[in-house]
Design a protein around this ligand. Structure first.
Ligand SMILES: CC(C)(COP(=O)(O)OP(=O)(O)OC[C@H]1O[C@@H](n2cnc3c(N)ncnc32)[C@H](O)[C@@H]1OP(=O)(O)O)[C@@H](O)C(=O)NCCC(=O)NCCS
Length: 148
């Protein structure tokens, strides 16, 4: 993580964030989704080095529950430990404010599931037909939780 920094996201970061979002997700968040998160006071951070944003994360706190809504690393930098560093940062934020951190993940997203499991998350359920899928249908979501 040498030279990498995690700092608060601002609306000025959204164009760079959207460029990564479009590469990393089949169904990317919109500009409005990120703006709404900032306006709503979600915890939103970017991971950057030398002024270049290469990842970001979003956590929503509702009473004593945290929800990890987005965690993304630019595809060219996958597999170098950046996602884990960002997740640990977001877990640390949630740990001080909530009892449990929840997330949804596509059952096909093996890389993300492996990361969450090794960080201590457990599968606690399935949300049927939660996500749109590439073939025009729907895909279930695994619901995972980390109790602090
Ligand atoms: C999920 C994501 C954030 C992980 O970021 P990353 O920087 O690639 O992850 P890391 O390098 O920190 O690796 C963390 C763990 O992921 C798993 N992992 C990494 N590369 C993997 C691969 N090729 N296959 C399977 N698991 C892999 C391993 O468990 C790894 O831990 P380890 O290195 O201790 O074995 C990143 O892949 C991403 O942005 N994906 C697209 C967006 C996305 O799916 N977000 C999550 C939505 S729920």
């Amino acid at each position: 993580m040498a030279d990498w920094q995690i700092r608060s996201m601002t609306s000025g970061d959204i164009p760079a964030v959207l460029a990564i979002e479009a590469q990393a997700h089949d169904f990317p968040w919109s500009h409005g989704n990120f703006e709404d998160g900032l306006v709503s006071g979600y915890y939103m951070v970017v991971l950057e080095k030398a002024g270049t944003v290469s990842g970001y994360g979003v956590v929503q706190i509702i009473l004593d529950e945290g929800h990890l809504l987005n965690i993304t690393i630019t595809p060219q930098l996958h597999g170098q430990g950046l996602g884990r560093e960002l997740l640990l940062h977001l877990m640390d934020y949630a740990r001080h404010r909530t009892d449990t951190l929840f997330l949804e993940v596509r059952p096909s997203n093996n890389r993300a599931i492996a990361l969450y499991q090794t960080a201590g998350f457990n599968e606690i359920g399935l949300r049927r037909n939660y996500y749109p899928s590439r073939n025009g249908g729907r895909e279930d979501a695994l619901l995972m939780a980390l109790a602090f």
